[in-house]
Ligand binder design. Sequence first.
Ligand code: ADP
Ligand code: MG
Length: 353
Amino acid sequence: MMDFQQIFQTKPDIEASAPGRVNLLGEHTDYNDGFVLPTAIPQQTNVSIGYSPDDHHHFYSAELEERIDVEPTATTLEGFASYVNGCIQVLKQAGYESPPVNVFVTSSVPIGSGLSSSAALEVATLRALRSLLKLDLDDVQIAQLGQQAEIQYAGVSCGILDQMASSLADTEHMLFLDTRTLDRQILPFPAGAEIVVIDSGVARSLASSGYNQRRSECEAAARQLGVKALRDISDPQAVEALPEPIRKRARHVVTEDNRVLKALDGVSAPVFGELMNASHVSLRDDYEVSVPALDTLVELLQGTPGVFGARLTGAGFGGACVALVTLGEAHTIAQTVLDRYNAAGYNGQILVD
Ligand code: ADP
Ligand code: MG
């Protein structure tokens, strides 16, 4: 694999990294002003930056083996350059103009698997620019700038979950985040537990159309209930008068917010696992974002000794499942489940164990 020096013929001035993330509880709640509970994964994205010898930015991704030379005024780029350039542009909007730079990206975060390689890329890029330009920005501001980069320059209307998790979480803790107020707590994992993440091998083909439809259903539900967002409803009974399908969509969001709040009480691993199992049922039956492959994978996980609970993670329609398992057994459990899953004709892959 090429390194910074081979690509740019100079040494980098600064290096920074940021992790991917997996959401343990609180799915499809972030755009309802609700609660989420992610953790960082061990895989990280690393960004090295040096000053450019000319008047262009130069970006290179080792994973994509792609080099892009960019005018400092460019605002409409595609692919990975739009994320890196987006970070430079949002800093400029905030009054911090970057001189032309060489940017080298390398990552062990799986790209496009729902573990938020995009937020890891943004947070690592912004951390590197913060060091290079000696900017006075805290980790919450880094997350917010990353979100703006993704919305304005990559064209993805994302919430703040991914960037906050990448910027503030670590692999030893869970990050509780109130997405409305940005109140947060760093919490220990349930005692005696660790996580497994397995990709279903099924692409998230309907993800963007389904996601947008769920978003507007939630907005309609909030409107009919006379609240700003579904986060303002805490009693699941309150949604029962709504017409279908927005009743079940709202029921998922309200019960999911409650599950996250329940998990804050320092619950045991078995109780946390039950909350994950209930989250999956709600995502499958009320929110209708599961697919047969995810249901199969979750059932295999749930039926394996040492597993406290499992659910689909991310937007659904494909992508990955997360499980809470007995500390020290993640590797064995992941391999056992993967073998059974793939024997059923799928093409799964272990992402975290
Ligand atoms: P996810 O965030 O779940 O991995 P996204 O579709 O949100 O999936 O983001 C993936 C995109 O982010 C890639 O298509 C690419 O443009 C960019 N990206 C992330 N990591 C890298 C990387 N290491 N090198 C180049 N591009 C990357
Ligand atoms: Mg992403």
